[in-house]
Design a protein around this ligand. Structure first.
Ligand code: SF4
Length: 364
């Protein structure tokens, strides 16, 4: 195995969060006494960028804008010429306003809002600032777009249904607010709203979509979702899109089980990994899971750790059996993994490996 770093990482800047969302997939790893050492994190980014990393998504297990040096860190990533994305809960849009001038076309910011009304927003997210409203969050969007209209600004919506739970917590249903949220997103000036289904953590530690827990007949719940998506799509206009995630499309089309059949070797784990204050992991679906661990949070801080992490990645490529470990995961990379498998076996279309100009998007 050569000394390689991933092309793209999901970077959890902090485990701290100022919400207590009922549907949070990372609940077990939040607000823990683990944090990045600033210098080590900066060194890791430089080392990785020099070795070919192209993009960083600042995301959670934790709210990224709570990282004390958020603005300085984004500035550093842009200095390294990396593509940058931020997934935030929207509670600190003053921090997004601060980084807005640094972002370029191809970078993006997405707010996880999941609701159309203030009431559902507050019941789903339980913000620590009790009077925080969706109105207040959305009012920041025009101010931010005014500073820089060139990056994509999204409203993210995890669809939840009756019967969905996180451990013993019942999740508030929000299917009925999908159209309301789309109207709100369009009026606020977001570039898109993206819908995706609620995920649960399976016994294997992986994140899975389990429609079996829908209360009421699966087909009826899916039909309600489909009707809301169709109505929301009517709101599309130049500069505003309604986006369905791959696994939502699978749920609607009823073929989601096809995407749970992975090849034995997951190739994506060499290309895209997760760096978290708890350590470094092979896939966003396995944050904090021991058998998916590549190393500590400093796994790429210098040549010696890169060597070690490359060896562990090679071991995971050989020994992490995705066909078994991920057999409940509707993996977004299922098609990519099978396509890479075919290319390696010599059956793939090698010409399609050539990237064309408009494909210079390094987020995986
Ligand atoms: S097969 Fe999919 S879910 Fe499993 S490790 Fe690979 S990318 Fe992650």
């Amino acid at each position: 195995m050569p000394d390689l770093v991933p092309l793209s990482i999901n970077l959890d800047l902090t485990t701290a969060c100022n919400y207590a969302c009922d549907h949070c997939i990372d609940w077990d790893i939040l607000n823990k006494p683990f944090k990045h050492e600033d210098q080590e994190l900066w060194d890791s980014m430089r080392e990785m960028a020099e070795r070919g990393m192209r993009s960083v998504i600042l995301i959670g297990g934790g709210e990224p804008t709570l990282y004390p040096k958020f603005k300085e860190f984004v500035a550093f990533l842009k200095e390294l010429k990396l593509q940058v994305a931020v997934v935030s809960n929207g509670s600190r849009n003053d921090k997004i306003l601060e980084i807005a001038p640094m972002l370029e076309k191809g970078d993006w910011v997405r707010l996880s809002l999941d609701s159309g009304s203030n009431d559902v927003f507050q019941r789903m997210h339980n913000p620590s600032k009790k009077n925080l409203t969706l109105d207040e969050i959305c009012a920041w969007v025009p101010k931010i777009k005014k500073v820089n209209p060139h990056f994509d600004f999204g409203f993210s919506y995890v669809i939840t249904w009756q019967g969905a739970t996180r451990d013993d917590t019942r999740v508030v249903e929000n299917i009925h607010e999908m159209v309301m949220a789309s109207k709100r997103a369009r009026e606020a000036g977001f570039n898109y709203i993206s819908f995706k289904p609620f995920l649960e953590r399976a016994d294997t530690g992986s994140e899975v979509m389990d429609p079996a827990h829908m209360e009421g007949e699966l087909a009826k719940v899916v039909a309600r979702i489909q009707a809301q998506v169709a109505e929301a799509k009517q709101l599309e206009q130049p500069g505003f899109r309604v986006v369905e995630s791959i696994n939502l499309r699978m749920l609607i089309e009823g073929n989601w089980r096809d995407f749970t059949k992975q090849p034995q070797m997951c190739h994506m784990q060499a290309l895209r990994q997760v760096l978290n204050p708890h350590g470094t992991y092979n896939c966003p679906a396995y944050r904090g899971v021991a058998y998916a661990r590549i190393g500590e949070k400093d796994a790429y801080k210098d040549s010696a750790t890169v060597r070690e992490s490359s060896t562990i990645t090679a071991n995971l490529l050989d020994n992490f059996d995705a066909s078994d470990n991920c057999k409940e995961v509707t993996c977004l990379y299922n098609g990519t993994n099978w396509w890479l498998e075919e290319v390696i076996e010599g059956d793939g279309d090698i010409d399609s490996l050539m990237a064309s100009a408009e494909r210079r998007d390094w987020f995986l």
